[in-house]
Design a protein around this ligand. Structure first.
Ligand code: GDP
Length: 463
């Protein structure tokens, strides 16, 4: 891909703000910006790089705004090309007018993520670092911020590079050993090679395990709240979200459809789905809601099963308990949330947990907010590996990263098996080279154009 044209885009959100930032990148960045922005002291092209210069923005020979320009010279810029960052007043129209002037002066409107893509293609950052930028933009909790910062600093890439280098070294040893089997090369014999490969396999296993935490912190866990009508599902959802998103009434069956929201519970992001109450009913509309509730639970990974603690279990609860047994057999994590703890209690935790397999049970009061710290701790203990340090450990955060590491592990295990079976060098070496290719997908050393396209397509324009 060639980047010989000059692109421009508004990098701040569109709307009224104190300032907007417009970025320009490409060989003609200074010349293009210089036609629109005139610094007080000298032409923009003569500015010393990376200094802020005050000046005026012009359109059709008239001043339309004043602001600041910073000129960056290749390769010392975000993209690695010549760049200009213009800060103007943050009105929608003024920002738009300045962008138009830049386009008239010869820039092209940047595609989504094109600045970051240029940075990646010009070697300023690798693919996992580019993904970490998106992670930081999307972060919904402090842990996600720390993981994003660590990944941008290259912690994950560094770890992958170490493993990559080690495998490369082993590939060389494999060929040496098999080419010169009679020489005394005790450090590259099959036992030594195997133990080094086992060590790599341990490291890859640890990385794969980190994804449970990484995913919980960043993209989130698909979660469903289920329970009979009036058990307090909507109140629980609102409490978790901290807003009045779902309608709470004491008329059974008010939530007829599913509601989807993102809640941050401690350091875990829950992709929450509140559903219609599950019960026997003749109401046709409610029936549709109930079947949607059941299918939402089927596609969730975590289920918060809500029971009304102020009343004994009834037939509708029994129906939920039967479903809970099915869901837990299907590998879902299920927490029994016994609600209405502020009222006199008619239900013990044992009444619920003795009837189906729950991962945990607790009492809360969705009305008063009691028990929610404990709920956060329970969710955290299910998904967060406490031994990981968000700011300094390599943590996988995306399905793409996971599948690259999984693919590499698969090849390493196959190389170990080949060694054990006394296979020839080309077989063992081939596995290792495939493992390298898989790992290379993670930082972008060996990745298809389509994958790169799909990563940057998800960025916004101006990023
Ligand atoms: P849903 O049908 O399961 O979504 O239940 P709602 O959240 O709509 O709540 C049903 C009724 O129970 C409403 O009148 C709520 O105010 C009440 N409620 C919910 N949670 C609590 C709680 O923790 N304590 C008490 N006392 N009432 C609650």
């Amino acid at each position: 891909m060639f980047f010989d044209d000059t692109i421009a885009a508004i990098s701040t959100p569109i709307g009224k703000a104190a300032i907007s930032v417009i970025r320009i990148s490409g060989p003609d960045a200074a010349a293009v910006a210089g036609q629109v922005f005139k610094p007080l002291k000298c032409p923009l092209e003569n500015l010393p790089p990376r200094y802020a210069a005050y000046g005026k923005f012009y359109a059709g020979g008239k001043i339309i705004d004043d602001g600041i320009a910073v000129l960056y010279r290749a390769p010392s810029s975000f993209t690695g090309q010549d760049m200009v960052e213009l800060s103007c007043h943050g009105g929608m129209l003024v920002t738009q007018c300045i962008l138009e002037q830049l386009l008239l002066a010869g820039a092209r409107l940047a595609a989504p993520g094109e600045f970051t893509r240029r940075a990646y293609c010009l070697g300023k950052l690798d693919l996992s670092q580019a993904e970490a930028i998106a992670l930081t933009l999307e972060a919904k909790n402090r842990a996600a911020l720390a993981v994003g910062a660590a990944q941008r600093e290259g912690i994950l890439s560094g770890k992958i590079k170490d493993i990559f280098d080690e495998i490369t070294d082993i590939v060389a040893s494999v060929y040496v050993y098999f080419d010169f089997p009679d020489e005394d090369l005790s450090d590259v014999g099959p036992d030594e090679l195997k133990s080094r490969l086992l060590d790599i396999s341990d490291k890859l296993h640890a990385l794969l395990a980190s994804y449970t935490t990484g995913r919980a912190v960043t993209e989130g866990i698909p979660t469903t709240i289920c329970g009979k009508p009036n058990s307090g599902k909507s109140s629980l959802l609102n409490r978790l979200l901290g807003t009045e998103r779902a309608i709470v009434t004491d008329i059974a069956g008010t939530t007829r459809d599913t509601i989807e929201e993102t809640a941050v519970v401690g350091n875990v992001t829950l992709r929450l789905c509140d559903t219609a109450g599950i019960r026997e009913t003749d109401d046709a509309v409610e029936k549709i809601g109930i079947s949607r509730a059941i299918s939402a639970a089927q596609s969730a990974e975590l289920i918060l099963a809500v029971f009304d603690g102020s009343a004994p279990l009834d037939g509708d609860d029994e129906k939920i308990l039967t479903l809970v047994s099915e869901w837990s057999a299907a590998g879902k994590k299920i927490i029994a949330v016994i609600n209405k703890a502020d009222l006199p209690q008619k239900l013990t935790e044992g009444d619920v947990t003795s009837r189906a397999d729950f991962d945990a049970a607790l009492r809360v009061s969705a009305a008063l907010g009691d028990g929610f710290d404990k709920l956060a701790d329970i969710i955290s203990s299910l998904y967060i590996d406490g031994s990981l340090d968000f700011g300094s450990d390599a943590i996988l955060t995306g399905a793409r990263q996971y599948s690259a590491v999984e693919g590499a592990l698969h090849r390493i295990e196959s190389a170990i098996a080949a060694l054990e079976e006394g296979m020839t060098a080309d077989i063992v070496g081939l596995d290792l080279e495939e493992a390298l290719k898989k790992l290379g997908e993670l930082d972008g050393r060996s990745v298809s154009e389509e994958v790169v396209d799909s990563i940057f397509r998800n960025f916004c324009v101006g990023k």
